[in-house]
Design a protein around this ligand. Structure first.
Ligand code: COA
Length: 154
């Protein structure tokens, strides 16, 4: 999409809350990682249609805590574009490892991340059962475990 642009959200600007919640249904969890994160928004004609959130884990490693594309714009390669942009940002900031977590039931996300070079390195068993008030289902499967994936940056 040639009219797509990505930029960090400025201080005081409205958060793309609906998008953040589409990737992570717990606003409490989101509010915990946002203060130590940078939110990047993707815009088409000045309308925010996607976002990703980068959270510094340590001097080497940064995590994509949240990534989402507006439903209307999904399936057009924007998710792929955001992932590549996150890797570029992280590389430019001097990080050597990019991490992302998703649920055992998030089939499309597991496909997308592995196709773009992320490899599973650990599983946080019962993460969604223990940390979320309501059971979450995707693709008719309960989201129970958080699958952690990472990619080495060049
Ligand atoms: N089932 C199977 N494959 C799917 C799919 C689905 N529901 N949705 C996308 N894909 C595939 C595409 O076919 C494409 O594969 P290809 O490169 O082989 O053609 C690949 O995934 C990337 O698709 P893309 O169009 O770049 O992704 P997107 O713009 O739809 O964004 C998400 C992907 C995950 C960011 C988007 O679906 C989304 O916002 N989902 C809701 C929030 C969410 O779950 N965030 C992640 C939390 S871990």
């Amino acid at each position: 999409m040639n009219n797509l642009s990505i930029r960090p959200l400025k201080k005081g600007e409205n958060l793309p809350l609906a998008l953040l919640l589409s990737a992570d249904p717990s606003e409490v969890a989101i509010q915990l990682y946002l203060p130590d994160s940078t939110v990047f928004v993707a815009e088409i004609n000045n309308q925010v249609i996607g976002e990703y959130v980068l959270y510094r884990i340590n001097a080497q490693e940064v995590e994509i805590k949240n990534i989402a594309v507006d439903e209307v714009y999904q399936g057009k390669g924007i998710g792929k574009f955001l992932l590549n942009d996150a890797a570029r940002q992280a590389t430019n900031q001097g990080f050597s490892r990019l991490t992302i977590g998703t649920s055992n039931a998030s089939i499309a996300q597991l496909y997308l991340y592995q196709k773009h070079g992320f490899e599973i390195y650990s599983i946080k068993y019962n993460f969604f059962v223990d940390n979320y008030a309501e059971p979450i289902f995707e693709n008719g499967i309960q989201c129970k475990h958080m699958i952690m994936l990472s990619k080495t940056l060049n």
